[in-house]
Design a protein around this ligand. Structure first.
Ligand code: SF4
Length: 208
C-alpha cells in the first residue's frame, strides 16, 4: 500500500493512484466487519473543499456516489442556500469522503443504518489522512457529530454548528442532513445551520 506521508508525493498522478488503491480496498470485508466492501467517495485533484460524512448508506452502496440518497438531496439544497449555483457546481469543487467509506450495514432491528464501528473507522482513517495531506483543502466541512468529533474533539453540536474553526483548512461543521435527525426541529438550531451556510457562502466567494 502506498504511503503519502510526504508532500512531495502530492501530485495528480499520485492522487489518482491513491484513489484507485482506495477503490480496491477490501480490508473491512476481509476482517468480517462488513459483508461487502464498496468504497464510496467522489471528487478530483485540486478540490478546495473537503466534505467528510459518517458513512455511506444503502443508496450510496449501489450508486457509489456519496450523498446520493434523501440526505444527499437535503445536503444539495443546503449548498444552494450557501450560494452554489447548482448541486453539480458544489460537487465539482468538493471532495466528498467519509470516516468509513463502505456501508456499515443495517441495524438488527432493520430500523436504520448501523453507526460505523470503531474498527471500520480506524481501518479507513489512513485514506482520509492521505487526502488531507495531498489535497490540502482550504475548507473542511465535517457533517454530523461523529465527523465533527473526529476533527474538533468532543463537544455539543450547538457549540459547533454556525461557527468556523482553524485556518488551513477552515472548518465549518454541519449537522447531518438526514431526515431522521430531530436536531433541526429546534428553531435555534435551524438558525445555527443558516449561519454555517452563510460561512460556507463567504468562503466560496473568497475562493472563487
Ligand atoms: S471502510 Fe475503508 S478501510 Fe474498510 S474496506 Fe471500505 S475503504 Fe477499506
Amino acid at each position: 500500500m502506498a504511503c503519502y506521508g510526504d508532500l512531495s508525493s502530492a501530485t495528480p498522478a499520485a492522487f489518482a493512484a491513491h484513489q484507485a488503491a482506495c477503490r480496491r480496498c477490501t480490508v473491512c470485508a476481509d476482517q468480517g466487519i462488513i459483508a461487502e466492501a464498496t468504497p464510496t467517495f467522489s471528487g478530483e485533484w485540486g478540490a478546495k473543499f473537503l466534505l467528510v460524512g459518517q458513512a455511506p448508506g444503502p443508496v450510496e452502496r449501489e450508486s457509489r456516489r456519496p450523498f446520493s440518497g434523501r440526505a444527499g438531496k437535503e445536503l444539495d439544497r443546503w449548498m444552494l442556500r450557501a450560494g452554489f449555483e447548482s448541486a453539480e457546481e458544489f460537487r465539482r469543487v468538493t471532495y466528498i469522503a467519509a470516516l468509513m467509506r463502505c456501508f456499515p450495514g443495517r441495524n438488527p432491528r432493520g430500523t436504520g443504518d448501523l453507526r460505523p464501528p470503531p474498527a471500520g473507522i480506524a481501518n479507513c482513517a489512513h485514506w482520509l489522512d492521505a487526502e488531507l495531506r495531498m489535497l490540502r483543502p482550504r475548507v473542511l466541512i465535517p457533517v454530523g457529530q461523529l465527523a465533527i468529533v473526529r476533527f474538533l474533539g468532543h463537544g455539543s453540536l450547538e457549540s459547533r454548528v454556525g461557527k468556523k474553526f482553524g485556518e488551513r483548512p477552515v472548518m465549518v461543521p454541519l449537522p447531518h442532513p438526514s431526515g431522521q435527525s430531530r436536531w433541526l426541529n429546534d428553531p435555534e438550531n435551524r438558525e445555527r445551520l443558516t449561519h454555517a451556510l452563510a460561512l460556507i457562502s463567504q468562503l466560496r466567494r473568497r475562493l472563487a
